[in-house]
Design a protein around this ligand. Structure first.
Ligand code: SF4
Length: 372
């Protein structure tokens, strides 16, 4: 798999729970796109690209003209495979017919819509600019423009969310029949306003048991609607897994462009500066914004791959793993393989090691034991 990630760090405003590299859109956009063009021109990407993912931030806060310029830059610098998956992230409010037509003209064939919830009070708690009706409207206009591969993001474990309101969001999402649904557990990131509200006792975090209950509701409901639960947080109709994210979960190579973007090529992981203005400055003056570069030792590459693959229901194909790393994955479990099997967190047959349903809940636990 050959993949490119492009980060657009602008949003209409900053959501109170957000820890992504994103800032309210300002007049640095032009300079940012120029810096992206410079970074792209100076980067070697795997050829041809089989997946391109433009994320953020909210890339669709850019005007249609700027989105067109961005894709011109990318197509000038890199070769896209004719059947490349080309995804862009969008918020329901940032889509209109003109924007959708521009995306199609740019070759975008998959849109990930940040719906988060279909309950008005939950959206307002998250301070999202859209309402429930905007989600259906944005999905329709994408389909009318010709984009038939649509993913919807939903969030669970919001403080005031109930099993009933979560079911309602899932039902409303499924009614739109998106090809892919991601369900993310709300996390309280240090330094965010939501973290402060938690610290001040203004809101309460759901307990682990409540989180698991909501997670199980999603698994059960989406399972009966033919969505395959293929990764901890992700569900897809047949043939509609996120090809781009499969690159990350397989620990394959990718190039990342833009503020905070990460690249992983030849076992080297490099991370760009996070602040857009610092990024612009660095690319202008040094031609690169990489601020952390780490060469991952071959054994650690194998361990990281194993941990990533255990996020997937498919798990690890041991023969393929051995062909890639010259090691059987069982050798990398740090003596915890039998223990993890006995605890019911992983299961195996002659060639596959995969997480159990409990292992899906406790993926971090598996990773900690392997790395300790
Ligand atoms: S829209 Fe997404 S990236 Fe932007 S501030 Fe909200 S959560 Fe963060």
């Amino acid at each position: 798999m050959k993949a490119l990630y492009v980060h657009i760090p602008y949003c209409t405003s900053k959501c109170p729970y957000c820890d992504f590299a994103s800032v309210p859109v300002d007049d640095s956009v032009e300079a940012y796109l120029d810096a992206l063009a410079m970074e792209a021109a100076g980067s070697a990407a795997p050829r041809p690209l089989e997946s391109v993912y433009v994320g953020g931030g909210t890339p669709t806060v850019l005007s249609p003209e700027r989105i067109a310029v961005l894709f011109d830059v990318l197509r000038t610098s890199f070769e896209f495979s004719p059947d490349a998956e080309v995804t862009i992230e969008a918020n329901p409010c940032s889509l209109n017919p003109e924007a959708a037509e521009t995306l199609v003209a740019c070759g975008v064939d998959r849109v990930s819509v940040g719906a988060q919830s279909f309950i008005a009070s939950e959206l307002s708690f998250l301070r999202r600019a859209h309402g429930p009706k905007d989600i259906a409207r944005s999905v329709s206009l994408l389909r009318e423009a010709g984009i038939d591969n649509i993913s919807i993001d939903l969030m669970y474990a919001l403080p005031a969310q109930t099993p009933e309101s979560w079911r309602e969001s899932l039902v409303r999402a499924v009614e739109l029949r998106p090809d892919h649904i991601s369900t993310y557990c709300l996390t309280f990131e240090r330094g965010t306003p939501l973290w402060a509200a938690l610290e001040n006792g203004e809101i309460e975090k759901k307990s682990d048991d409540e989180e698991i209950e909501l997670y199980e509701i999603a698994r059960a409901m989406l399972g009966t609607e033919a969505y395959e639960h293929y990764e901890i947080s992700n569900f897809a109709l047949a043939g509609r897994r996120s090809r781009h994210n499969m690159v990350y979960w397989s620990n394959d190579e990718y190039l990342g462009l833009g503020a905070s973007a990460v690249s992983y090529i030849d076992g080297k992981r490099s991370t760009n500066l996070r602040e857009p203005l610092h990024y612009i400055d660095a690319v202008r003056t040094r031609g690169t914004a990489a601020c952390e570069v780490e060469q991952i030792a071959p054994r650690m590459q194998a361990i990281e791959t194993m941990i990533q693959r255990l996020r997937l229901r498919d798990g690890i194909d041991c023969a393929a793993f051995e062909a890639r790393f010259g090691l059987h994955p069982e050798e990398l479990f740090n003596g915890t393989f039998t223990e993890l099997v006995d605890l019911g967190l992983i299961e195996h047959d002659s060639n596959t090691i995969r997480p159990t349903t409990t292992g899906f809940h406790l993926a971090n636990e598996i990773a900690l034991r392997v790395l300790s």
